[in-house]
Design a protein around this ligand. Structure first.
Ligand code: ATP
Ligand code: MG
Length: 263
């Protein structure tokens, strides 16, 4: 069995609004193996984004523990957490947190410069390579308000991958995209996963989730079930059916399971 790189133990998150407490996450226990590609699905308001925020240390938890790469992140101070995020985590969140004063290229290279692991030339080269693969190289010098939602989303992915993170956290990374652009972003995420990055993604799309190894179904802040599809490329490489047939088989299996879950 592969090593566990991310684990939530009895993770709870309660929001208090106007004196009322809302237990958004209730004793979540979840283990993610190194190299896994896991999707979180579930109805709107079920706590998917909250889970991603708390498990990645972007937001505090109310109770419980999160282990990241062998470290209890609740024991880290802000400075240590910031360093861990910069070096080992990549984020694509619904609020994109791009710097408004910087152009697309500068937004992408910034975490690379901040990490100080590669030279600036290496960071620039890597950013250009990522932008080319994602089809947004022509937007490099534009302001973030001068590109489409889909281009911005792809720029977010490039920025998230600039430091080759150990874990990529993505909240509906294809949410704003048409189906062609969705598949392009997904295929870059699959490539990052194949080169060793663990992926934890929230998605509403069955088509997108069908490419992941495992799907977790969240409802009312509780894990209701999980479906293991396995690695798409490795396990199914030797079969005679075509890649698109394999995908649609997985999608059908996923759809059937989601129906059972009450999707
Ligand atoms: N900052 C906050 N303060 C108070 N309540 C919040 C906050 N963020 C989320 N919530 C509440 O927590 C619950 C879960 O929200 P969350 O954003 O995690 O859902 P979600 O599953 O990601 O939904 P969607 O699919 O619509 O993105 C909702 O009831 C929401 O109103
Ligand atoms: Mg959400």
């Amino acid at each position: 069995m592969a090593d566990i790189c991310l684990e939530a133990r009895d993770l709870c998150k309660t929001y208090i609004v106007d004196g009322y407490s809302n237990n958004v996450l209730q004793n979540i226990n979840l283990k993610i193996e190194e190299g896994e590609f896991v999707s979180i699905m579930g109805p709107s308001g079920s706590g998917k984004s909250t889970l991603l925020y708390t498990i990645s240390g972007m937001d505090d938890m109310t109770a419980g523990q999160v282990m990241f790469d062998g470290e209890d992140i609740s024991k880290l101070n802000d400075k240590q957490l910031t360093k861990l995020r910069l070096l080992k985590m990549g984020f694509i969140f619904q609020q994109m947190y791009m710097m408004k004063k910087l152009c697309i290229m500068d937004n992408i290279v910034l975490p690379g410069y901040q990490a100080g692991v590669m030279s600036r030339d290496e960071v620039n080269k890597k950013a250009e390579d990522l932008m080319r693969r994602l089809g947004i190289i022509e937007t490099a010098d534009r302001e973030i308000t001068e590109v489409s939602g889909g281009q911005l989303q792809r720029a977010c992915l490039a920025r998230a991958l600039i430091n080759s993170p150990k874990v990529l956290f993505a909240d509906e990374p294809t949410g704003a995209l048409n189906s062609k652009a969705s598949m392009e972003v997904l295929s870059e995420m699959v490539k990052a996963n194949e080169s060793g990055t663990t992926v934890l993604m929230v998605t509403h799309s069955e088509k997108v989730a069908a490419s992941s190894d495992r799907i977790i179904y969240l409802m009312d802040g509780d894990i209701q079930g999980e479906l293991v599809l396995g690695k798409i490329n490795r396990a199914e490489r030797n079969e005679t059916i075509s890649a698109s047939e394999k995908l649609s088989l997985r999608e059908r299996k996923l759809r059937k399971w989601l129906e059972e879950m009450g999707w």
